[in-house]
Structures are given as structure tokens and as C-alpha cells.
Design a protein around this ligand. Structure first.
Ligand code: ATP
Length: 355
């Protein structure tokens, strides 16, 4: 278990600047996620932390140690890849033992540690199996065991679940979290999959174009995204343009809404252009008759998607814009049509962003 710190990391590949002055502190024992669109620099940052890439500028620290110039195996970090990177002609046990043999660990000790690693990933008794006789999920467990067998302090994972089917991915989410926590590891995990990050992370960093744009626990990133990029990247959201009015009021083309700023202390000047982010599940469809107009949008349902536990509606508002609404455990199935519906939202669910 060790704190990981990136300090002012810049990484250039010729003309391309993959990372721009990135600083991050990952607490000891934390499972930390790097998230962001394709090409934003997640993998490059992870590889700089792992020692597979040297930063052009900046330093990497593990605890008190400056590890910037140390090779991977001297950092006491182990990496797990999307591709598993296993040797198909070797057995499970031989794959796991490889790192220890390279380190010249005694045969007896290797056998004991391979068994211990297999136990950690719940594959006891599989040492003699050929890799090609293992399923995709089992192969990913083997690659986890191979990482754990060297008893690292930090576990670095690059999209480890993206080759697995949906059901296995779900199962492995809790497995990986268990492994990190039970072994008191500091975990850094790169993914495209926001559901993976939201469900597994202690904290996450959202990256855009080589920069870290927001760091926080999942619920803060989801509920208080600092920009429309983060709001759109983590979960689905409705973005509505408006202008700042009196106090917390925002005037939009379709309604006056009270909003809560995403960044604490942010106040838009009167008349300044702003953006509102409203999650589809924060809107409630109500009948418009006799309703208090505050915090209400009106429109017509133009599309409906029934998904069993939830129902999704597209509602076209007065100005022609379309807003997404989801209802959990729907009791009433509404039909698209001419009738006006009203959408209500609480001020704390309307997030104010700078435009
Ligand atoms: P993805 O999610 O698609 O894997 P990413 O966020 O992990 O993307 P990186 O792989 O870190 O992104 O790449 C960041 C930028 O650096 C990209 O523009 C990429 O093309 C570039 N890059 C990465 N590695 C190299 C390399 N070895 N040589 C040249 N350019 C590179």
C-alpha cells in the first residue's frame, strides 16, 4: 500500500502532447480511476506511473520515493492489460510463476506463491491447466494472479475487462475491488466504461485532451460535474442554455429555473450566458393542471422506450428542443401524443455550469 503522486507530468510524442502538466495524488489503499474520451491521455498517464513510459517533464513518486527513473519491477507495481498478455503455450502455473523465476525466487517458494495467487483470484487447483483451456474470464483472473504473485504495492489496470462479455464484466468488477482492498493495494484503473468507474472507484479523474479536468468521488463527479464535457461523459444529461438572472434564478427559452452551481462559490454575473445540466432521472412527469409553475417545463411526449425497470421518454418543449426523462419502476405508461405534460425538477438537481 503506497501513495502515488504525479507531479507536473508532461509527455510528448514528437508533435503530439499526450499529457500537459498533470498533477495527481492517489491515496494509499485507494482504487482510483482515470476516465475520459479516446486519446485523452489515460493510458499514457498509467504507463508513466508504471514506468513503461518516461515523462518528458515532471516526476512520479511512490510514497516518499522518487521512482521517475526506476524500471517497472523496481517500483513494486504490477500491471494488468486488456489483452491479458498470457503465453498460450504455457500452463496457468507457468504463466504466473514467470515473474518469480526471473527474480530467481527459490522453486519451493514459487510453488507456494503461485498457489497463494491462484487462491486470491479464486482459481485454486488450476495451475496445471493450459491457458487455451481457460475461458476469457478465467484468463483475466490468471493475469491478475500473475500481477499479484510478485506482491506489488500498486496494481495498475488498463481496461482489464473490455474483452469480457457483459455478465462477466459485472462479476469481475466486484472481484477486482475485493482483490485491491483485501491485499491493501493502491489501484489505478483506466477505463472507457463510466458504469465501471462509477460502481468501483473510490475517486476518479476525468481527463480531456491531456489534462485532468475534475477529480472526485463518483457521486460528486456525477452530481456536480464541473463542465458540460464531464456532465456529458459521466452519464446522460440534458444541457439547456440560459442567462443568469436574480440570485439563483436562470432564465431559459422554456422556463425560469433555480439552479445550484457545480463549482462551490461560482456565481454568474447577471445576464451572463450559462448552461444548465439536468439528469433525465431528476425530472418528474406530472399533469400540468393546477400546477405551481415554479421549476416546471412543459412539452409533449414524442418518443417512448420501455425497458422494464425504467421507461425513457423524449419530451419536445415549447421551443422545439428535446429533453430526455427517465422514470424508475413506471406505474403509468404514457403515450406519445398531443397532450401537454409538465416536468418538475428540484433546484438541487439543476446544475449550473459556465457556458
Ligand atoms: P484510448 O482510450 O483510445 O486508449 P487514451 O486516453 O488512453 O486513449 P493515450 O493512449 O494515452 O490515450 O494517447 C494519448 C495521445 O498520445 C493520443 O493522441 C495518442 O495518439 C498519442 N500517443 C500515445 N502513445 C503514442 C506513441 N507511442 N507514439 C506517438 N503518439 C502516441
Amino acid at each position: 500500500m503506497e501513495e502515488i503522486q504525479a507531479e507536473g507530468i508532461t509527455k510528448r510524442f514528437g508533435e503530439v502532447t499526450a499529457l500537459k502538466n498533470v498533477s495527481l495524488k492517489i491515496a494509499s489503499g485507494e482504487l482510483f480511476f482515470l476516465l475520459g474520451g479516446s486519446g485523452c491521455g489515460k493510458t499514457t498517464l498509467l504507463r508513466c506511473i508504471a514506468g513503461l513510459e518516461s515523462p518528458t517533464e515532471g516526476r512520479v513518486f511512490f510514497g516518499e520515493r522518487d521512482v521517475t527513473d526506476l524500471p517497472t519491477h523496481k517500483r513494486e507495481a504490477a500491471m494488468v492489460f486488456q489483452s491479458y498478455a498470457l503465453w498460450p503455450h504455457m500452463t496457468v502455473g507457468q504463466n504466473i510463476a514467470f515473474g518469480l523465476e526471473e527474480r530467481k525466487v527459490a522453486k519451493k517458494e514459487i510453488k507456494r506463491r503461485v498457489e497463494e495467487a491462484l487462491e486470491m483470484v479464486k482459481l485454486e487447483g488450476y495451475a496445471k491447466r493450459g491457458i487455451d483451456q481457460m475461458s476469457g474470464g478465467q484468463q483475466q483472473r490468471v493475469s491478475l494472479a500473475r500481477a499479484l504473485v510478485v506482491r506489488p504495492k500498486c496494481l495498475l489496470l488498463d481496461e482489464p475487462l473490455s474483452n469480457l462479455d457483459a455478465q462477466l464484466r459485472l462479476e469481475m468488477r466486484s472481484e477486482i475491488r475485493r482483490i485491491v482492498k483485501e491485499n491493501h493495494l493502491t489501484g489505478v484503473y483506466v477505463t472507457h466504461d463510466q458504469a465501471e468507474a462509477l460502481s468501483m472507484a473510490d475517486r476518479m479523474a476525468v481527463m480531456d485532451a491531456g489534462e485532468v479536468v475534475q477529480v472526485g468521488p463518483p457521486e460528486v463527479i456525477y452530481r456536480q460535474p464541473c463542465s458540460s464535457y464531464v456532465a456529458g461523459f459521466i452519464g446522460e444529461t440534458n444541457l439547456i442554455q440560459g442567462r443568469a438572472g436574480e440570485g439563483k434564478l436562470v432564465e431559459t427559452a422554456v422556463a425560469s429555473l433555480l439552479a445550484s452551481p457545480a463549482v462551490e462559490g461560482y456565481r454568474a454575473a447577471h445576464g451572463a450566458p450559462v448552461l444548465l445540466s439536468i439528469r433525465p432521472e431528476a425530472l418528474e412527469i406530472v399533469n400540468p393542471t393546477g400546477l405551481d409553475r415554479a421549476m416546471t417545463l412543459t412539452g409533449r411526449i414524442t418518443e417512448r422506450t420501455y425497458l422494464g425497470s425504467i421507461i425513457q421518454y423524449s419530451v419536445t418543449l415549447g421551443d422545439g428542443s428535446v429533453i430526455q426523462v427517465t422514470e424508475q419502476n413506471p406505474q403509468i405508461i404514457r403515450s406519445p401524443g398531443e397532450d401537454l405534460v409538465a416536468l418538475q425538477v428540484a433546484p438541487e438537481d439543476v446544475t449550473l455550469l459556465e457556458r
